[in-house]
Design a protein around this ligand. Structure first.
Ligand SMILES: Nc1ncnc2c1ncn2[C@@H]1O[C@H](COP(=O)(O)OP(=O)(O)OP(=O)(O)O)[C@@H](O)[C@H]1O
Ligand SMILES: [Mg+2]
Length: 379
C-alpha cells in the first residue's frame, strides 16, 4: 500500500494529532464501537471510562473514536474537552461554548457555574442528534463535571467517555466511598516492543521528510521499552528532539539518539560505570575483553546501533589470538551474561541476538582497555 504523502511536523508537536491509522488498538476500538452501536440503535445513553498508564495513548484513542469512527458511522455530534489544569467553571464554559457553536445557537454570556450548566443542559437536551462527549484527564478536582455530564447523558440518551490515567482511575473508582457513573470501561494496555516500533515508525513516516533508518527506530523503541514501560509518548518526545536535527540535514546516529533519550534512561555518572566495571571484572580478563571488543565496534561504526552475538564472538576470538590468550566460546558467553545482568550491555527486545549500549561506547572502551592493561601488568 502506498501511504499518502502528508509529511508535517504537526504529527509530533500537536498533542491532539490523530494519525490516519491507530495501530494495535483494533480490539479496544471494536469494543467501544460495538457498545456505542448498541446504545445508538436501541436508543439509550451509555457512559464509558478509558484508562491506562500515562503516555499509553488514551487521548489519541478517544480522539480517534470521536473524529474518525463516529462521523463515519453515526449521525451523532461530538464534543471533546481536555480538563487538564482547568477548573470546573472553565470546563463547563468550554462544553457550553462548543455545543452552542455546533448548534449555531446564540450564547448568553454568563460567568456563573449554574447558569452555564443550565445553558449547556438545555442545548444538549434540545438537540435532534445524539451527542458524544469526551472529558479527557479526569482527576479529583474535576471529577464532578464528568459525573454531571455522565448523568445528563443518561437522561438525554447521549454518551460520555471519561479519560483518565491509572492512578486517578484507582483513586476515583476503587475507593470505598466513591461512585463514578459509568457502564463499561476500556483499559488500554502497554504495547509490546514490536508494536511500539510500528507506532514510532508510523510517526516517522508522517513527520520526517527523509525518514530515519530502521535501526534508529528500533533503538528508540528498545530504549523506551526498557526504561519507560513501552509508552508511545516517550518515543514521540525522543522524535521531537531529533526532528530539528534531521531537518537541518544532520545524520541521526546512535550517539544523537542517546543524548535525545538521556532523560528517560537515567544514566549514572561516567565514574559510576567505571566503578561498576571495575567490580564485575575483578580479575576477569575475559569480561573486559568482551566489553572492549563490543564498544570498539560500536565506536568505529557510528551508524550501527547494535552488534550481533556472532560478530562479537569473532571479534573477541581475534583479540584473544592477538594477545595469545586461551579462549572458548563458552567463556565469552558467560562474560556477556555478566555484562547483561549488570545492565552494562542490553539485549534488544526484538531479538536477543542484537546487543546495544546506553553509555557512549568511548567511555566503556577506555574503561575496559585501561582495566585490562592494569590486570595484565599485575600478572
Ligand atoms: N496505537 C497508536 N497508534 C498510533 N499512534 C499512537 C498510538 N498510541 C499512541 N500513539 C501516539 O503516542 C503519543 C502519546 O499518546 P497520547 O497523547 O494519546 O497518550 P496519553 O495516554 O493520552 O498520555 P497522557 O498521560 O500524556 O495524557 C501520541 O503522539 C499518540 O498519537
Ligand atoms: Mg492524554
Amino acid at each position: 500500500m502506498v501511504r499518502p504523502q502528508r509529511i508535517s511536523p504537526k504529527g509530533l508537536f500537536d498533542p491532539y494529532y490523530v494519525p490516519d491509522r491507530l495501530l494495535h488498538r483494533e480490539r479496544e476500538m471494536r469494543m467501544i464501537d460495538g457498545v456505542y452501536r448498541d446504545s445508538y440503535d436501541d436508543d439509550y445513553g451509555i457512559n464509558c471510562l478509558v484508562h491506562g498508564i500515562t503516555g499509553v495513548g488514551m487521548t489519541v484513542f478517544s480522539r480517534y473514536f470521536l473524529t474518525k469512527i463516529i462521523p463515519e458511522q453515526f449521525d451523532s455530534y461530538t464534543i471533546y474537552v481536555d480538563a487538564k489544569h482547568k477548573d470546573v467553571l472553565e470546563i463547563v464554559a468550554e462544553l457550553n461554548d462548543k455545543i452552542h457553536r455546533l448548534s449555531s445557537r446564540p450564547i448568553t454570556v454568563a460567568f456563573d457555574l449554574d447558569k452555564l450548566w443550565m445553558q449547556f443542559k438545555r442545548t444538549a437536551a434540545a438537540s435532534s442528534r445524539r451527542g458524544v462527549f469526551v472529558i479527557d484527564n479526569i482527576d479529583e478536582n474535576n471529577e464532578e463535571v464528568y459525573t454531571k455530564v455522565a448523568m445528563l447523558s443518561k437522561e438525554i440518551k447521549a454518551s460520555t467517555i471519561g479519560v483518565l490515567n491509572s492512578h486517578d482511575y484507582r483513586l476515583l473508582t476503587k475507593a470505598p466511598a466513591t461512585q463514578m457513573a459509568y457502564d463499561f470501561e476500556v483499559p488500554l494496555d502497554t504495547y509490546t516492543q514490536s508494536q511500539l516500533y510500528d507506532i514510532v515508525r508510523l510517526r516517522v513516516e508522517d513527520t520526517f521528510p527523509l525518514g530515519l533508518t530502521d535501526e534508529i527506530i528500533r533503538y528508540i523503541a528498545d530504549l523506551v521499552c526498557e526504561f519507560q514501560a513501552s509508552t508511545p509518548r516517550t518515543s514521540i518526545e525522543a522524535l521531537k528532539a531529533l526532528w530539528p536535527l534531521a531537518q537541518r540535514g544532520q545524520e541521526i546516529t546512535s550517539d544523537i539518539v542517546r543524548s535525545a533519550t538521556s532523560r528517560i534512561t537515567t544514566l549514572g555518572q561516567d565514574s559510576d560505570y567505571m566503578d561498576l566495571i571495575d567490580t564485575i571484572s575483578m580479575n576477569d580478563f575475559m569480561t573486559l575483553l568482551v566489553l572492549e571488543a563490543l564498544s570498539e565496534h560500536l565506536m568505529r561504526y557510528k551508524t550501527e546501533t547494535y552488534i550481533d552475538r556472532q560478530t562479537l564472538n569473532e571479534l573477541v576470538l581475534i583479540k584473544c589470538e592477538e594477545l595469545g590468550v586461551k579462549h572458548s566460546v563458552d567463556d565469552i558467553d558467560k562474560s556477556l551474561q555478566t555484562l547483561i545482568f549488570q545492565s552494562v550491555v542490553f539485549e534488544s527486545g526484538y531479538t536477543r541476538d542484537l546487543l546495544y549500549l546506553l553509555v557512549p561506547p568511548e567511555i566503556l572502551y577506555d574503561t575496559a582497555l585501561n582495566l585490562r592493561r592494569e590486570l595484565a601488568s599485575r600478572k
